[in-house]
Write a protein that binds this ligand. Structure first.
Ligand code: F6P
Length: 568
């Protein structure tokens, strides 16, 4: 077993897997897929959700070795420490308890010795009450009109998760019915174009602005909040803020400073990481305003079902654990730097952008901000790669853009996500299949195309001309996994979210990194502060750019000389 400061790469379990790569390199998925016994052992099911990982470049022996690695990494202990509220986010000295946000009312989950579940439910009850008032029209705006439109301002974790869930629910019949006559929009970018798009067609008299920021100091969110406050007060006068602006934050003092009544603020806690905050008021408030609390409660229950599965299921049948271990295998042993998230569901179009977050390339947030790290949790430089570059696009759209690369260029492990039932079924008389069957034909075909490929011999038999054979050959042996959900209800959306959140945690626990801090995003913010000061003094006093390198000075001069921004 590894001592706390030892790197996981120094354990025998890691070395065994390193040696095992040579065995796997002698296999081809074409052959592995013909072993029905192996394939059967690579199917997992939970509440009608089916995970098939038989198209991973792994054997039964690989899985045994990965489970040994989990033990060597003290994965069971680390999962327990998370659920027990220990300060596993050691660089910020915080617990990591997003599981408490969706725990049943009678659960006991402690942070610093105190059960946090009652506080969580106080806020949920307050959200239910407030959203009922807004939706029923008993809370009205400054001119007496009901507030039917909501703009949620926030960025990163205070934006991507809620946007993903909103996009997934928009076409779910039950959710759509509850959202009739209402609009929910998200303002994230400080680019004034995003403001223009968000307020376009909206009337301040019927709009509620929700400012979402854990810290309430994020430069983009605060300037956007002041901009929309100005939009409201210009139209309706300063007192209108009390009726038209509410906040979600851990920093209630700063909420008040912005002019928002702290009674209209919805709290969350420092033990909720930004990218894990969609189940807090960050997501629950805007989503409840749009869909009603009862729909959002189903989403929370779905996430909670996976929390329980993750906490109590033996590792060999534990979906997030198996997914996390396979990702470690692909990244650190097989050397694949990226992962494609390919939902065959337009409703999941914002899922990949949310998951990317864990690595902060803004394509996949939960994974890239969490696991894009270069040192261990104890600060030791890592001699192996962590974190994937996540990206993705719904199928079949992706097939017509980047799939060329994943079939014949780079090897990129793919997650195919599909649903048995469509949210919006269509069947046209006379067509061979329904529209959803057409979509799903691709979902079933693509993983085999990647796994089996096409050999020159097959092409010769098809009389393909010699000069085209190299171009039409597919090497195959490209790994993927398939996740088939029964449908895309609010409950299933919650499950999908929690599966990926825990998968990211498993990867971080095995690699021995801190998946819950994000120091890597700070440096750019600090440098932007210096530029902001320069722009201010140049615009107000004509000061020439100073203290920057040649390149930045040249760019700044060009910007200042030619930009049409108003002089201040
Ligand atoms: O820049 C990264 C980050 O700190 C994320 O982790 C976070 O979700 C986002 O910025 C927004 O932060 P806040 O909710 O405090 O405005």
């Amino acid at each position: 077993m590894a001592s706390p400061t030892a790197l996981i790469s120094e354990t025998q379990a890691w070395k065994d897997l390193k040696g095992h790569v040579e065995d796997i390199n002698k296999t081809h998925l074409r052959d592995l897929m013909s072993d029905a016994h192996r394939c059967e052992s690579m199917m997992l099911e939970f509440e009608g959700l089916l995970l098939d990982y038989s198209r991973q470049r792994a054997t039964v022996e690989t899985m045994d070795k990965l489970l040994n690695l989990a033990k060597a990494a003290q994965l069971p202990e680390k999962i327990s420490r998370m659920f027990n509220g220990e300060h596993i986010n050691s660089t910020e000295n915080r617990s990591v308890l997003h599981v408490a946000l969706r725990a049943p009312k009678d659960a006991v989950i402690k942070a610093d010795g105190k059960n946090v579940v009652p506080e969580v439910w106080n806020v949920l009850d307050k959200i239910k009450d407030f959203s009922d008032k807004i939706r029923s029209g008993s809370w009205v705006g400054a001119t007496g009109k009901p507030l039917k439109d909501v703009i949620a301002i926030g960025i990163g974790g205070s934006f991507l998760g809620p946007l993903f869930v909103h996009t997934a629910l928009q076409t779910d019949p039950e959710s759509a019915e509850c959202a009739k006559g209402r609009q929910l929009r998200f303002l994230a970018n400080i680019d004034p174009v995003d403001v223009a798009r968000n307020i376009s067609g909206l009337n301040p008299e019927t709009t509620l602005v929700v400012v979402v920021s854990k810290t309430f100091t994020t430069a983009e969110t605060m300037l956007n909040a002041r901009t929309l406050r100005n939009w409201i007060t210009t139209a309706l006068g300063a007192p209108a803020v009390a009726k038209h602006m509410v906040a979600v934050s851990t920093n209630l003092a700063l909420v008040e400073k912005l002019g928002i009544d702290p009674n209209n603020a919805f709290a969350f806690w420092d033990w909720v990481g930004g990218r894990y905050s969609v189940c807090s008021a960050v997501g629950v408030l805007p989503l409840s305003l749009q869909y009603g609390f009862s729909v959002v409660e189903k989403f929370l229950k779905g996430a909670s079902s996976i929390d329980q599965h993750f906490q109590s299921t033996p590792f060999e049948k534990n979906i997030p654990v198996i997914l996390g271990l396979l990702s470690v295998w692909n990244v650190s042993f097989l050397g694949y730097p990226a992962r494609a998230i390919l939902p065959y569901s337009q409703a999941l179009e914002k899922f990949a952008p949310h998951i990317q977050q864990a690595c902060e390339l803004s394509l996949s947030f939960v994974s890239m901000e969490s696991n894009g790290k270069g040192v261990s949790i104890d600060g030791l430089p890592l001699p192996f790669e962590t974190g994937e570059i996540d990206f993705g696009e719904p199928g079949t759209n992706g097939q017509h853009s980047f799939y060329q690369l994943i079939h014949q260029g780079r090897v990129i492990p793919c997650d195919f996500i599909g649903t048995v039932k469509s949210q919006q079924p269509v069947y046209l008389e006379g067509e061979v299949v329904s529209n959803h069957d057409e979509l799903m034909s691709n979902f079933f075909a693509q993983p085999d195309a990647l796994a089996y490929g096409k050999t020159p011999e097959q092409l010769q038999k098809e009389n393909v001309s010699e000069n085209l054979i190299p171009h039409k050959t597919f090497s195959g042996n490209r790994p993927s996994l398939s996740l088939l959900l029964p449908e895309l209800s609010a409950y299933n959306v919650g499950q999908l979210l929690a599966i990926y959140e825990h998968r990211v945690a498993v990867q971080g626990f095995v690699w021995g990194i801190n998946s819950f801090d994000q120091w890597g995003v700070e440096l750019g913010k600090v440098l932007a502060t210096q530029v902001r000061k320069q722009l201010h003094s140049s615009r107000t006093q004509g000061a020439a750019p100073e203290g920057f390198n040649y390149s930045t000075t040249t760019l700044l001069k060009r910007y200042l000389e030619t930009s049409p921004e108003p002089k201040m």
